[in-house]
Design a protein around this ligand. Sequence first.
Ligand code: NAD
Length: 432
Amino acid sequence: MKMSVIGTGYLGATHAGAMAELGHEVLGVDVDENKVALLASGQVPFFEPGLPELLSKHVTSGALRFTTSVQEATAFADLHFVCVGTPQRSGSNAADLTYVNDAFRSLLQHVRPGAVVVGKSTVPVGTAGALAVDVRAAGAQLVWNPEFLREGFAVEDTLRPDRLVMGAEDDAALTTLQQAYAPILAAGTPLVITDFATAELVKVAANSFLATKISFINAMAEICETTGADVTQLATAIGHDDRIGPKFLRAGLGFGGGCLPKDIRAFMARAEELGVDQAVSFLKNIDDINLRRRARTVDLALEMCAGSFAGRRVAVLGAAFKPDSDDIRDSPALDVADAIQRGGAAVHVYDPQAMGNAKNVHPTLAYSSSALEACDGADAVLHLTEWREFRELRPADLAAVVRQRNILDGRSILDAATWRDAGWQFRALGRP
Ligand code: NAD
């Protein structure tokens, strides 16, 4: 089938590559000329494992092309996926729908009658119903098909999702979308067909649940910190109950990124507009718990620096909001790094992939070209993003370069005994 993908960021570029992999002819459209030029040459403007190989394979074969022209897309295809961003609106918790509205407006100016438009962006409930009026007026049909991919596993998640959700009012449009996903559906992927509002809510409900699970164990970490209990053992023990399960129960610095924080805030803002804010008022606590972990990390770093950051050097290992990504949107690591720098310390950051993005957005932090260099002369080492290479750091190697053997594990992944045996003062969130 021929199709276009409008908005080729983390979601859209991956979706475009995956659709080409399924055997389709795909035209990616973005307003960012530099991004389009890079993608058109088979390169990926961000770090996502497996995506460069996938894109260059299909750009080379000609199955995948990129353009800045929506008109080219409407002339090329009658199936269009809208994957543009929905960031948090500045000065508000609500989602900024400017990009979605702009993308639909320009698409609908040129779309051919009978076309199917598929919304994949995460939007407040009610958005699809309103957009569907304009889509129908243009002679096309809308399907809402939320995306659940995880950065770091985006290619795998797109080609082998754990479910597909389609919200629609028109059977023919649904059939078209199912044809596009035919190989995925043939592999037995569960399909939930529903209305627009449910499809939109599935996405924010899923993210709210995941955020709640993370903040739940982090709330337990707060209790552990005042009682001397160990949250990692607590998590292991409750995770054995298969009604609870062990996943997403690792206490630490909490969640960040371009999805979870803004999605739960946008959900609260939308619920307030609808007069049902009480139903999701707990999400405010979830957000607060999450942000308190960042403050607690700064406090622990301060303790390690004997109560003052002045004249201290702090190494921050990690800048991306999670490993296997270069995404620094609402990154807990960089938030902590900024706060410590404001406190007066010299903060040296290293991340295996996110240095470019971090330098652009946080230019006043110091950056090092390796973990060891960041730790050179450090009074405290903070492990804030759980990259594999940080897990493999050896206490003796770091001990040879730091000024003080202080390490804070913000991700509950390092082995406390190994570090303590090597003479380090080892601290972690929620652990004695
Ligand atoms: P992103 O910022 O990486 O990409 C958005 C892209 O849209 C950018 O390249 C931008 O230039 C482009 N764009 C903006 N306006 C446009 C227009 N009018 N026409 C064409 N292109 C336009 O964002 P993202 O992370 O890919 O997220 C996109 C959407 O997907 C969001 O709603 C997000 O919540 C949702 N989502 C993201 C993920 C994820 O892990 N990143 C997962 C699931 C859902």
